[in-house]
Ligand binder design. Structure first.
Ligand code: AMP
Length: 218
């Protein structure tokens, strides 16, 4: 089974995908994480992607599609994938569907995480992530015990370069213009589940697990 997580920046896709990976054994594939790793490592892909990430713009479809399709062809994705941040445009959705069909595979469920705009903004501008174990904190409601230090592993916390007020407003506009059409597309296919993204992480995960249990395998 493969599933897609849809939702605005700050909706909780990354947090929930990590929890679902643990709960289901499916592989969490996050296109944004792949780009951030490439930027950090200074690879040609990272150099190409950096300016798009910094401005909150989408990386061109052909680049993203090539990167993700190559990644899901790896053996560790054979048990099913949780897509986080991909697809983000109708072109990406078509390319994914075509690639899966070639292997008699499909998307079983699309989970749309919904969160009010003021909460999204607070989640994004307050977000700090551990460089070492990727644990996520928030200065407004989940602050670490010592500023800048991870409670779990003592690693440094960093703020993403695109998690500032100016860029988040643009990222929300980009989401509404380019990614929202996918909601209707997947609703039309009868596989869209709207999930209330407010509440404790565990509560939201339980809602998602319940939705997945109703989905048909391919
Ligand atoms: P995210 O971590 O999902 O918020 O993604 C961070 C940034 O990576 C986005 O603002 C885009 O610049 C880029 N990105 C991630 N996924 C995609 C995608 N599917 N299509 C285009 N750009 C993407």
């Amino acid at each position: 089974m493969n599933i897609i997580l849809l939702g605005s920046p700050g909706a909780g896709k990354g947090t929930q995908a990590t929890a679902l990976e643990e709960a289901t054994g499916m592989k969490h594939i996050a296109s944004g994480d792949m780009f951030r790793t490439a930027v950090k490592e200074g690879t040609p892909l990272g150099k190409l992607a950096q300016s798009f990430l910094d401005k909150g713009e989408l990386v061109p479809d052909d680049v993203v599609i090539g990167m993700v399709l190559e990644r899901i062809s790896q053996p560790d994705c054979a048990a099913g994938v949780i897509f986080d941040g991909f697809p983000r445009t109708p072109e990406q959705a078509s390319a994914l569907q075509e690639a899966l069909q070639k292997h008699n595979d499909c998307i079983s469920a699309v989970l749309l995480l919904t969160v009010p705009k003021e909460v999204l903004i607070q989640r994004v501008i307050g977000r700090w992530t551990c460089r070492n174990c990727q644990a996520v904190y928030n200065t407004y409601y989940l602050a670490p015990q010592t500023e800048g230090v991870c409670d779990h592993c003592g690693g440094d916390l960093y703020q993403r370069s695109d998690d500032n007020l100016e860029t988040i407003n643009h990222r929300l506009d980009v989401y509404n213009a380019q990614t929202m059409p996918l909601v209707d597309h997947y609703r039309g296919l009868g596989i869209l589940h709207e999930i209330d993204g407010l509440g404790d992480v565990d509560e939201v995960t339980a809602r998602m697990v319940q939705a997945i249990s109703l989905a048909n395998p391919c």
